[in-house]
Design a protein around this ligand. Structure first.
Ligand SMILES: [Zn+2]
Length: 149
């Protein structure tokens, strides 16, 4: 595997070093700013870019991700209530990632930098899967659909 070591070192540098972390978050800010600006200035619509959900199309069931695109579109337009309406899990996930991202940026800038940890424990993986499956079941009941999408 020629060149393998170099690539591994590059990812190690990106993920576990201060300068690598700064590179990651600066790139993320630039990448996020572009569609954000396009959506808000040109009133561009994300909805319709992704193919429709197969579960919803074939069986009429809403999966855990249904309404996710409209949720993201609402968040980017600043309509957090609509984002909550379309998909609270996508909103919660985005908020969690934003908090993590904030810590990631802060950690890369503070004096005593510590390399981030990325390990997901088995119970955490199971908990996330349980929340997603539970949400998918609940959102298909009429009482849920009465208030949310
Ligand atoms: Zn779906």
């Amino acid at each position: 595997m020629i060149g393998m070591k170099k690539e591994t070192n590059f990812f190690k540098w990106l993920l576990f070093s201060r300068k690598g972390n700064i590179t990651v978050w600066l790139s993320a800010v630039l990448l996020a700013a572009m569609p954000g600006l396009i959506i808000n200035l040109a009133h561009f619509h994300l909805v319709g870019i992704l193919p429709p959900c197969p579960l919803n199309t074939l069986f009429g069931i809403r999966c855990a991700g249904c309404g996710g695109t409209r949720c993201v579109q609402s968040m980017l337009s600043g309509n957090l209530l609509f984002a909550l309406y379309y998909n609270p899990i996508v909103l919660l996930g985005t908020v969690s990632l934003a908090i993590y991202f904030g810590w990631f940026v802060f950690n890369s800038l503070k004096k005593n930098y510590t390399p981030p940890k990325y390990d997901l424990k088995t119970w955490q993986g199971i908990a996330i899967a349980a929340v997603l499956v539970g949400f998918m079941i609940i959102r298909n009941f009429d009482f849920y659909k009465h208030f949310f999408y």
